[in-house]
Design a protein around this ligand. Structure first.
Ligand code: PMP
Length: 436
C-alpha cells in the first residue's frame, strides 16, 4: 500500500514539476531508480519518508546539517527569529554578528556579503573578480561545480556530471586537457561560456600552461580546494600552493569555492586545513545551518568594489534573511569549540577505516567518498572511470537496508555530529553485506 501511495505522489509531482523534483539529482536516476524519496521529516541522523521508511541519512541535505536534522538549537534560534518577523529587507544586528563570526573563522575573509544560494555567491564573486582585474576570462577545473550560472557550467561536476553519465556528450578538449568555452547546457549562450577555460583538477602542468597562454586576460581561477562534486578528491601536495603562485604572477584572483568545505574540513575551511589563502571565498551550506544562506567574502580592497561602497552591482530581497541568519549564527557560534572538529574527525576516521576494504575511500575531514575502483582518483576523468553501475547497485542494496547514501558516485558522504558509532557500524555492516 505504501508503495502505491508513493507512486501516486510521484505521479502528481510529475504532472506539476519538471521531472517531479526541484533539483535534478533528487530524481535518483543515476542509481537506477525512477522515484525520488519524498521526505516527511528528519531527526538527528535519520529521515522519515512519506511511505513510512526510516532511513539513516548520509546526505544531510548535501552538507549543511553539521549538527543533524532538526537540531534543537537551530530550530529554537529560527523560531525565536520568526516571532520577531521573517523578513525586513533592511539591515539587522544579526547580520553584523554573523559577518563577525565569518571573518573570525575564515582566515582570508576581511569583509563578507550574504546572499541566498551558493550559485548566487559564486556568480557574484566572479563578477567582482572581473571588475577588480578588469579582465574577462576565468579558469575552472573539470568536475568542479560552482552552481548553475551560465559561465560556470562548463565541465561541471555534481548533478550535471550525473546527467552526462546518462546522456554523454563529448566536450572537446585540447591535448593538454584544456577545454575552452563550450556551453555545457542548452540555453547557455556561446558568449557566456567563451571566456571559461577548463583544466583537469590536480594537474600542475595543465594549469600552468593555461595561465601562461591566457594569463593577461585572466580574471580568476575558481576552484573547490577539496573537489567534492566529482566525489571527494583532495588536492595533491603543492597543488593549491601552485594555484596561489600562478595567480600572484598573472594578477588573476584566486577564488576558493568553499560551499562544501567551509566550516566542515576545518572551522576555517580548506584554506585553514591546507594553509593556502585565496583572494575571495565562496561559502554556503553549513553557513546557513540548513536555511537558504550563502556568502562571498575576501580582501577588503576587493569587496569594497561592491555597491553601494563601489560600482559593482549585486543585491537580494532576501539577502541576510533573519531566519537564515539566526540559524547560521546558532551553528557558527558552536564551531569555535575545537571538540566539534575532533569529534567529526574521529567519526570520519572510523567510517573511512570500515569502508576501505570495499573500494577506494577518499577523504578530507568529515567529507568522504567510496569510489567503486581500486585506483586513486585524482581528477574528474578518474572519477568518470569508476564503476557507476556497481555504485548504483550498492546504493539500492543499502537503501533496502535503510541506509541512504548519496544517490550518485560523484557526490560525498556528509557525516555530522549526529552520526554516532552505532550509525557508522551499521553502515559498514550494510556495505559488507553487499560484498567486495
Ligand atoms: N559550489 C559548490 C562547491 C557546491 O557544492 C554547490 C552546491 N552543491 C554550489 C556551489 C551551489 O550552491 P547552491 O546549490 O546553494 O546554489
Amino acid at each position: 500500500m505504501a508503495l502505491t501511495e508513493r507512486s501516486a505522489l510521484y505521479r502528481r509531482a510529475l504532472e506539476l514539476i519538471p521531472g517531479g523534483v526541484n533539483s535534478p539529482v533528487r530524481a535518483m536516476r543515476a542509481v537506477g531508480l525512477d522515484e525520488p524519496l519524498f521526505v516527511k521529516s528528519g531527526e538527528g541522523a535519520y529521515l522519515e519518508t512519506e511511505d513510512g521508511r526510516r532511513l539513516l541519512d548520509w546526505v544531510m541535505s548535501w552538507g549543511p546539517l553539521l549538527f543533524g536534522h532538526a537540531d534543537p538549537d537551530t530550530v529554537e534560534a529560527v523560531r525565536q527569529a520568526a516571532l520577531r518577523g521573517t523578513s525586513f529587507g533592511a539591515a539587522t544586528e544579526a547580520e553584523v554578528e554573523l559577518a563577525e563570526e565569518i571573518v573570525e573563522a575564515v582566515p582570508s575573509v576581511e569583509k563578507v556579503r550574504l546572499v541566498s544560494s551558493g550559485t548566487e555567491a559564486a556568480m557574484s564573486a566572479l563578477r567582482l573578480a572581473r571588475a577588480f582585474t578588469k579582465r574577462d576570462r576565468i579558469l575552472k577545473t573539470a568536475g568542479g561545480y560552482h552552481g548553475h550560472a551560465d559561465a560556470l557550467l562548463a565541465s561541471a561536476g555534481s548533478g550535471l556530471a550525473t546527467l552526462r553519465l546518462q546522456a554523454p556528450s563529448a566536450e572537446p578538449t585540447t591535448r593538454s586537457g584544456e577545454a575552452l568555452g563550450i556551453p555545457a547546457s542548452p540555453g547557455v549562450p556561446t558568449g557566456a561560456a567563451a571566456d571559461t577555460i577548463v583544466v583537469p583538477y590536480n594537474d600542475l602542468d595543465a594549469v600552468a600552461e593555461a595561465v601562461m597562454r591566457h594569463g593577461e586576460g585572466l580574471a580568476a581561477i575558481i576552484v573547490e580546494p577539496v573537489a567534492a562534486n566529482m566525489g571527494v578528491v583532495p588536492p595533491e601536495p603543492g597543488y593549491l600552493e601552485m594555484l596561489r603562485r600562478l595567480c600572484d604572477v598573472s594578477g588573476a584572483l584566486l577564488v576558493f569555492d568553499e560551499v562544501i568545505t567551509g566550516f566542515r574540513v576545518a572551522r576555517g575551511g580548506a584554506q585553514e586545513r591546507y594553509g593556502v589563502l585565496p583572494d575571495l571565498t565562496v561559502l554556503g551550506k553549513i553557513l546557513g545551518g540548513g536555511l537558504p544562506l550563502a556568502a562571498f567574502g575576501g580582501r577588503a580592497e576587493v569587496m569594497d568594489l561592491l555597491a553601494p561602497a563601489g560600482p559593482v552591482y549585486q543585491a537580494g530581497t532576501l539577502a541576510g534573511n533573519p531566519l537564515a541568519t539566526a540559524a547560521g549564527l546558532s551553528v557558527l557560534r558552536r564551531l569555535s569549540d575545537p571538540a566539534v572538529y575532533d569529534d567529526l574527525e574521529r567519526r570520519a576516521d572510523l567510517l573511512e577505516d570500515g569502508l576501505m576494504p570495499f573500494g577506494r575511500v577518499q577523504r578530507s575531514g568529515a567529507l568522504l567518498t567510496l569510489f567503486m575502483t581500486d585506483k586513486p582518483v585524482r581528477n574528474f576523468e578518474d572519477a568518470q572511470g569508476c564503476d557507476a553501475e556497481r555504485y548504483g547497485a550498492l546504493f539500492r542494496h543499502l537503501l533496502e537496508q535503510g541506509v541512504y547514501l548519496p544517490p550518485s558516485q560523484f557526490e560525498a558522504l556528509f557525516p555530522s555530529t549526529a552520526h554516532g558509532e552505532e550509525e557508522i557500524e551499521r553502515t559498514i555492516a550494510a556495505v559488507a553485506s553487499f560484498g567486495h
